[in-house]
Each structure stands twice: as C-alpha cells, then as structure tokens.
Design a protein around this ligand. Structure first.
Ligand code: ZN
Length: 248
C-alpha cells in the first residue's frame, strides 16, 4: 500500500491497510502506549469555513493547488457522492463528472477545518481508541493521540459522530456515511435497552466533564483519558466483567 501520505515521522508507528470490509483503515505497527501522539498532519489545503459550504469551483481550485503526489493520494480517498450538499454543485454541468468526484471526496473526508490525506483513513468506532482535536492546532496541524494502550496490528479508530447517544441514535447518524457499525458497543448482547440507557448516562456524565476544556492544549488527551476511566468505573459498578470493560 502506498503510504507516502503518512508524514515520515509517523511511518514507524502506523500503516494504511485494507481491512476485511469497507475501504481502508489505519493500523498500529507497534505497541502504542496510551497518550502517545500517533499522528500530526498538516492540512493539504485550507478553506474559509465562515463562507458556508465550498462550491465545486472552489474545491476544484483547491484541488489543483496541490502537488501531483498529493492529488494522487486525494484521488484514492473514499468517496460518497451524497455527502456534499446540493448547493455545492450549483452551476456545474451534469456531464462534467470530474469536479463532482473532487467535491464528493472533499465532503466525505474533510475534518472540521482540515483536509487530511493520511488522517482520512481512520475508520469509525463508537468506542474509539484514538482521540483527535476537533480543530487544527495553531501550527496548522491536526493531531491524533492513543486513548488507551493499543497493540501492534490493532485498527486505529476515531468517532465520526457524537457517540454520546443510544445505539439506535448512533446508527441513524452513521447511515449518512453508509456505515453499519460493528464496534464493541454496537455488538453488545440483544438486551440492549438497558445497556443503551447505561451508556446514555455515562455519556451525559462524560459530556459534562468535557465541556469547557481547551482543545488547543496538548495535554487534552490526558483529561480525556480521565473521563474515559470514570466511564469505565461506571460500567464496573453495574457489574460488567473486567474483560468487557477493558475492550472499551
Ligand atoms: Zn458502533
């Protein structure tokens, strides 16, 4: 697999592979201890968020401003046509397929204010093992940290949605990505109502703790981990087995 899109400093730690289903994913190449920074990547282009959704001609300009190698990596990213708002295609000749493709890739993969050629390969989990800042840091990089110890060969996952919801609510949000979630939380036993209620309570608690944290701060992950730990304690209090809890 061509991994030139991964910044050189991180190629020892992570790799892009094709998992059993649905596109590509990012995997640990070695043990990644909790809290370790696993990727810091600069956006391959930037756009003004306050102008609303960039239109196809704007995306086209951004696309051609990249160098050929970046464009090659961009073209290989996952693509869902319907992720873009209709307004993004206004004025585009329907016969002109290529801008539609560029726009589809943009809206399928963009982070809040970054387009990442490596980071776009993280797949979703409702109990992710990787945490990322919501926005770019002041140095223009988006950073990713291990939430817990991650073994070599494990897939690295982030959350595409706000996971502090019940299972049914989460899946509804994920339908937009045409993603049926098979993560640990979504494959819990059928007596799901009780579990969903429990998760809801835990997430509410987690949310209240996260509110107001400064995401520009590097030690943010440590606070996040504290929150995860308290969530795990709540699970334990309700009689979950230690083994199940550790998988979170
Ligand atoms: Zn899930």
């Amino acid at each position: 697999m061509d991994e030139s899109c991964i910044p050189e400093a991180y190629r020892q730690l992570i790799e892009i592979r094709e998992p059993v289903f649905a596109g590509k994913g990012i995997f640990a190449k070695q043990l990644l201890p909790k809290g370790v920074r696993i990727l810091a990547e600069s956006s391959c282009f930037s756009w003004e968020n306050h102008c609303g959704y960039p239109r196809w001609d704007h995306v086209e300009d951004l696309y051609y401003a990249m160098d050929p190698q970046q464009r090659k990596a961009y073209n290989k990213l996952y693509y869902l046509d319907r992720m873009a708002p209709e307004s993004a295609y206004s004025g585009l000749d329907p016969q002109n397929i290529i801008p539609r493709f560029m726009v589809g890739i943009f809206y399928t993969n963009k982070f809040k204010n970054a387009m990442l050629l490596a980071g776009s390969h993280f797949r979703h989990s409702c109990c992710p093992n990787v945490f990322t800042t919501e926005e770019l840091l002041d140095n223009g990089q988006q950073v990713f940290h291990a939430i817990r110890d991650i073994q070599a060969g494990e897939e690295l996952t982030i959350s595409y949605i706000n996971v502090r919801k019940t299972r049914a609510q989460r899946q509804k949000c994920l339908d937009e990505y045409e993603w049926t979630c098979h993560c640990f939380m979504c494959t819990l036993p059928k007596e799901g109502a009780r579990v969903d209620k429990l998760l809801e309570e835990c997430f509410k608690h987690q949310e209240s703790q996260l509110r107001g944290l400064d995401t520009q701060e590097e030690p943010y992950w440590a606070k996040y981990y504290e929150v995860m730990k308290s969530q795990i304690e709540s699970f334990k209090a309700l009689g979950w087995g230690v083994e199940e809890v550790h998988r979170l």
